[in-house]
Write a protein of this length. Structure first.
Length: 493
């Protein structure tokens, strides 16, 4: 891995390679089954979980409908509390803003809290090009960084690694980034955690600049909220002199009552805990505690365009719990890297093609990275109907149509490689609109069922490579109904 998602192959090719890696599949199966079983028990403790889930979805939808007003309220509150707000239209703007803010301090090193937004925009690479080194402080993110790897899970970025692989990474690479691993480091989880603690402690104490994301932003007070399980976030948010937070505009919630709902939904759905071990909240700056300068970079990067899609906008409800990944049979077998995005799994399959568009082969393939089994919708704590959005995006890929792009309405051309699918669907539509043709086709198929092949030719070859083609019935359902039910009516039975 190169540390960037650029230039990665389309999902089918990447998944084909990933599913051949037996160690990867074993690691993913063990981890996802463990997490989802714990989550199920944690959720079952709450008799009002369904109502909490509905409340979370309703709060998100209401906020998104009035997003402009809440963002202006947030900006005013952050500014009044001593912070500075910067608006970033896209990844390039966000990277430029953060880089300039870091360089203005005179520092060349920053510590980072785990942040999906900074992964999305490729901030670490942008800082490196400017001569600034960013140190990940989340344990799993540290493993990924030391291994010159990419995250493969929203909550557990190193889920594709087992503890022996982690031990080897620490032994071989820790010295390149700071304090080396202890001599004779074992693969015991406690020993690995202690090695990471010793490696990071001095970086926390020396750092003058920190970069974070935020799980939520409270509009009425300008408060940022970060929830985490290791304490590294608390260190990053309080010790440095300058704190820069890069946050997607959809993370805003109106008030503290709304936040209370999500602080119940998120820990149970993500880490299967009743509450997060560390919930850090800060509002602007103070003279006596915490950073002396606070900058909030509000990131759009396709979110406004996503908001314009009445079906696809529900993806912006996402609170990054990763529950959908842990139940997805496709993710379990292919892993996160195959999605070619900071957002893997079912949520990535609907969010990435909206944030980046479906112009590339990779992004056009993501809505098809699903069996449409619906397990992701069942576990989503904010009731995102991921299968509905997947089908909606598949239609966009095949048929094209009008979409929002950089705030303007444009007509999207159908993606290449789907001509046969379009022709088949149009033929099916015409046939279903002509009942006589449908009946004739069904009778003909029944009479020719002895000639039915076991495998489909052409584009259907991939589908039947791992499936048996269902046998054609001896007679169509309509004929059977007329023959059986019709005779009963005629005899008065």
């Amino acid at each position: 891995m190169s540390g960037t998602y650029l230039g990665m192959p389309a999902f089918p090719r990447a998944a084909t390679a990933a599913t051949r890696d037996r160690q990867l599949r074993a690691n993913l199966t063990h981890a996802t089954h463990t997490i989802r079983d714990k989550r199920a028990r944690a959720v079952a403790e709450l008799p009002d979980w369904a109502r909490l889930r509905a409340a979370g979805a309703a709060i998100k939808d209401r906020t998104l409908r009035h997003l402009d007003g809440y963002l202006e309220q947030l900006e005013a509150a952050v500014t009044a509390a001593g912070g500075q707000v910067h608006w970033a239209e896209d990844a390039e703007a966000a990277n430029r803003i953060v880089t300039e803010l870091v360089l203005a301090t005179g520092e060349r090193e920053v510590v980072k809290v785990k942040s999906m937004a900074t992964q999305e925009i490729g901030l670490n690479a942008a800082l490196e090009r400017a001569g600034v080194r960013a140190y990940e402080t989340d344990l799993a993110e540290l493993i990924v960084q030391l291994g010159d790897d990419l995250p493969s899970h929203i909550l557990v970025p190193a889920i594709h690694r087992n503890r022996r692989e982690i031990r080897d990474i620490f032994r071989e690479r820790m010295a390149d980034w700071g304090r080396p691993a202890p001599e004779g480091l074992s693969d015991r989880p406690a020993d690995l955690a202690e090695a990471a603690r010793l490696h990071l402690r001095q970086k926390f104490l020396d750092a003058k600049v920190a970069v974070s994301g935020a799980n939520f932003m409270v509009a009425e007070t300008g408060t940022m909220v970060v929830v985490e399980s290791e304490g590294n976030g608390r260190m990053c948010l309080t010790l440095p002199e300058t704190l820069i937070s890069v946050v997607g505009i959809e993370k805003v919630v109106p008030g503290w009552r709304d936040l209370e709902v999500f602080l119940q939904l998120l820990p149970r759905s993500s880490t299967a805990e009743r509450m997060n071990p560390y919930t850090s909240m800060w509002t602007g700056t103070t003279d006596d505690d915490g950073p002396r300068a606070f900058h909030l970079v509000l990131l759009d990067n396709g979110r406004t365009d996503t908001l314009a899609d009445t079906v696809g906008r529900q993806a912006l409800r996402c609170i990054r719990c990763s529950a959908c990944l842990n139940v997805c049979p496709v993710y379990e077998r292919a892993g996160g890297h195959a999605y070619g995005s900071a957002y893997p799994g079912p949520i990535g399959a609907i969010l990435t093609p909206q944030l980046r568009g479906v112009g590339s082969e990779l992004d056009a393939s993501l809505p098809y990275a699903s069996s449409l089994c619906g397990a992701c919708y069942e576990v989503c704590p904010v009731a995102i109907d991921i299968p509905e959005v997947l089908v909606h995006l598949r239609e966009r890929v095949v048929e094209g149509g009008e979409v929002a792009e950089n705030g303007r309405r444009v007509r999207l051309r159908p993606a290449r490689g789907h001509a046969a699918e379009r022709a088949a669907m149009r033929a099916a539509r015409w046939t279903l609109d002509h009942p006589g043709v449908l009946r004739a086709g069904q009778r003909l198929a029944g009479r020719m069922r002895g000639l039915q092949p076991r495998r489909l030719p052409g584009p259907g070859r991939a589908w039947t490579a791992s499936r048996d083609l269902p046998p054609l019935p001896a007679e169509p359902f309509r004929e059977w109904w007329r023959r059986t039910r019709g005779e009963r009516r005629e005899t008065g039975r």
